[in-house]
Design a protein around this ligand. Structure first.
Ligand code: S3P
Length: 428
């Protein structure tokens, strides 16, 4: 499907909330399914990725009911999970794939996993390697590097894993395998990645300890059900934060946004680039900090973005690149090789797309170099099936008077099914 993006109104004003956090919504369903009892999740992200997680646990016999953004998970705990009758379809969801493999490797059943064409191309050896070190029996295309993958669950041994990847999915997959294994499993990271697994496992009563960048879980301790209120997704909010910054006469407030420090790199980058941003009403829900973010039209300036901040902005780089096209000066993004392994190769897809829209931007081996003050122009574009590229194009079109055609726009529903409705609410 395609959508013509010619917005008559170009300024954004008003207050919205964005849908629930994707990472937290996935984990709430997974941990609720492993815990004995009833877990009620509110402000759940009903995007396609998180629905894939629900379907995976339903296939294992967990009773899950959803009424819009409220999900109730009723489970008999780990022992109550059953062998699925059919292969499990993970859709487009890398988080479901990597975290689930950790869980399934330790359950006494056989599983077959597959996904959509994009997920089928994404590397899974980053998780199958450490799981195999724990004794997991995993086979699949390319010797377990790619989906489809078969898992024959078995008794695992704990591991002390110095992860070479800057990936919360890998950290979480190993910790979840450790959670279902006798003994202590530790994952040590060079750079801290998002820590929702650690926070939420604590809330579910797991024996888990965090010391600096090392996380240790003591396995085979039962989880007890608990209720989870999901904060707004800062990765979704990022599109409107940038939209308000780069359009004239705009002021947007986004309420109840998750402000976990492992996720707030976008705020640091906006401040670094001189965007007029402020945070109000900081508070905590379910162990996660939240607040309201206000952004006004700004005159951004270029920056060099590199090092430890990268995992804290990994999903926001497409829209940061768009911001950089409107900044004064040359922006350099480095140390971001991980972009190559997202829903698309996001170095390639961001550069090609912004170039087509008239920006001066070049790829590098670990990021991109973006010239500012670009006058963007209309073009026929494609999301390449990547939700964040689709939203980046939509925000870019606010700067363009000519027609922007967005092909394959429906993939935006992966993380933000109400994106265009929220955009409409703000446009004036
Ligand atoms: C996620 C971790 C990140 C992120 C993805 C969600 C998670 O992936 O890009 O959207 O929920 O753990 P990596 O672990 O591959 O960096």
């Amino acid at each position: 499907m395609s959508k013509t993006l010619t917005f008559k109104e170009k300024k954004l004003r008003g207050t919205i909330t964005v849908p629930g956090d994707k990472s937290i919504s996935h984990r709430a369903v997974m941990f609720g399914s492993l815990a004995k009892g009833k877990t009620t999740i509110t402000n759940f992200l009903a995007g396609e990725d998180c629905l894939s997680t629900i379907e995976a646990f339903e296939a294992m016999g967990v009773k899950i009911t959803r009424n819009n953004q409220t999900v109730v998970v009723e489970s008999d705990g780990i022992k109550g999970l059953k062998e699925p009758m059919e292969p499990i379809n993970l859709g487009n969801s890398g988080t479901t794939a990597r975290l689930l493999m950790g869980i399934l490797s330790a359950l006494p059943y056989h599983f077959t996993l597959y996904g959509d064409p994009s997920l089928t191309k994404r590397p899974m050896d980053r998780i199958t390697n450490p799981l195999r070190e724990m004794g997991a029996k995993i086979d699949g295309r390319g010797n377990g590097k790619f989906l489809p993958i078969a898992v024959r669950g078995s008794n695992l041994k704990p591991i002390h894993y110095n992860t070479p990847m800057k990936s919360a999915q890998v950290k979480s997959g190993v910790l979840l395998a450790g959670l279902l294994t006798d003994g202590k499993t530790t994952v040590v990271e060079d750079t801290k990645t998002r820590d929702h697994t650690e926070n939420m496992l604590k809330a579910f009563g797991a024996d888990i300890a965090v010391e600096g960048n090392a996380v240790t879980v003591n396995g085979n301790q039962p989880l007890s059900a608990c209720d989870i209120e999901v904060p707004g997704d800062i990765s979704s909010a990022a599109f409107f934060l940038v939209a308000a910054a780069i359009t004239q006469d705009s002021e947007v407030k986004i309420e109840n946004v998750g402000l976990n420090p492992t996720r707030t790199g976008i705020i640091d980058v906006l401040e670094l680039m001189d965007v007029d941003i402020s945070i109000k009403e900081k508070r905590t829900i379910g162990g996660e900090p939240i607040g309201d973010i206000v952004v006004k039209s700004s005159k951004p300036k270029a920056a060099t973005i590199e090092g430890d901040i990268i995992p804290r902005i990994i999903d926001e780089i497409p829209v940061i690149a768009l911001l950089a096209t409107q900044a004064e000066g040359t922006t350099i993004i480095k140390d971001a090789e991980e972009l190559k392994f997202k829903e698309t190769d996001r170095i390639e897809s961001v550069v090609q797309t912004l170039k087509a829209l008239g920006a001066e931007i070049e790829p590098t081996s670990d990021g991109m170099i973006i010239q500012g003050n670009a006058r963007l122009k209309g073009a026929e574009t494609n999301s390449y099936g990547d939700h964040r590229i689709g939203m980046m194009i939509s925000v870019a079109s606010l700067l363009i008077d000519e027609k922007v055609e967005l092909n394959d726009e429906q993939c935006i529903a992966v993380s933000y099914p109400t994106f265009f409705e929220d955009l409409d609410k703000l446009l004036q």
